[in-house]
Design a binder for this molecule. Sequence first.
Ligand SMILES: NC(=O)c1ccc[n+]([C@@H]2O[C@H](COP(=O)([O-])OP(=O)(O)OC[C@H]3O[C@@H](n4cnc5c(N)ncnc54)[C@H](OP(=O)(O)O)[C@@H]3O)[C@@H](O)[C@H]2O)c1
Length: 236
Amino acid sequence: MKLTEKVIVITGASDGIGKEIALGLSQENCLLALIGRNEKRLASVQKDCEKRGAKKVGIYSCDVSSLSNVAQTVQSIISDFTEIDVLINNAGIWQKLGQIDEMEDSVVDAVIDTNLKGVVYMTKHVLPALRRQKEAIILNISSKSGIVAQDGQAIYTASKYGVRGFTEVLVKDLADTNIHVAGLYQSGTNTKMFEKSGQDFPVENFSEPSDLADIVTTILSQPPKIWLQDVRVEKC
Ligand SMILES: NC(=O)c1ccc[n+]([C@@H]2O[C@H](COP(=O)([O-])OP(=O)(O)OC[C@H]3O[C@@H](n4cnc5c(N)ncnc54)[C@H](OP(=O)(O)O)[C@@H]3O)[C@@H](O)[C@H]2O)c1
């Protein structure tokens, strides 16, 4: 897809990987609808995107785990931008490592509701707009934990395997349409995602979110006869 002037919706754009994706796509002169809960951080990303060349940047405070919030936000985006070309489902949270019976119920719910239901809700509500475009893309940011079972990550892994299953069915269901679907399965990335859950992980040696953002731009900007459907990224 030629990205210039395309309308791109990014969830989890106020921090980490989503923020870097937004900054990267700004250089392609896209129009960006940025979703997150923290308005102050979204406003700061908005300014940076405008400085880097984004044609238009809208910010939307929305909890992707709330169906009504998602429905209302997507309506606002369509009324502000008229159309949507690309949906990047990126918002997600970490679950501090541990045994399932020792985990707070609220953590179990928050991880599944954000990481899995959030992707389903956003996709359900954006899909009708994507169907109206000549060419459209859904990119789901899963994780290496969507492919490999790792100790102590039962709920995070359940959510990310769920995203992979959802993505693979979307590929099939939308095969005869104008919509390409891809999943990104990356290993550890140097963001504050772990710290926010109270996890004391050294992340400095993980891959950089700006490098992942470059990969996202590459996935989106493939020529018409090429599609990168499942992209797995490992750290060297
Ligand atoms: N970091 C890693 O090692 C790693 C590895 C593989 C996959 N991933 C995946 O990559 C994605 C981004 O992670 P990250 O490392 O960039 O994390 P991050 O730095 O903590 O950023 C997470 C983003 O998601 C947003 N968010 C969280 N809950 C939300 C909700 N309920 N509604 C709306 N927005 C919400 C946050 O914004 P607000 O707080 O403003 O809502 C923030 O913008 C996640 O799906 C994660 O699972 C990360």
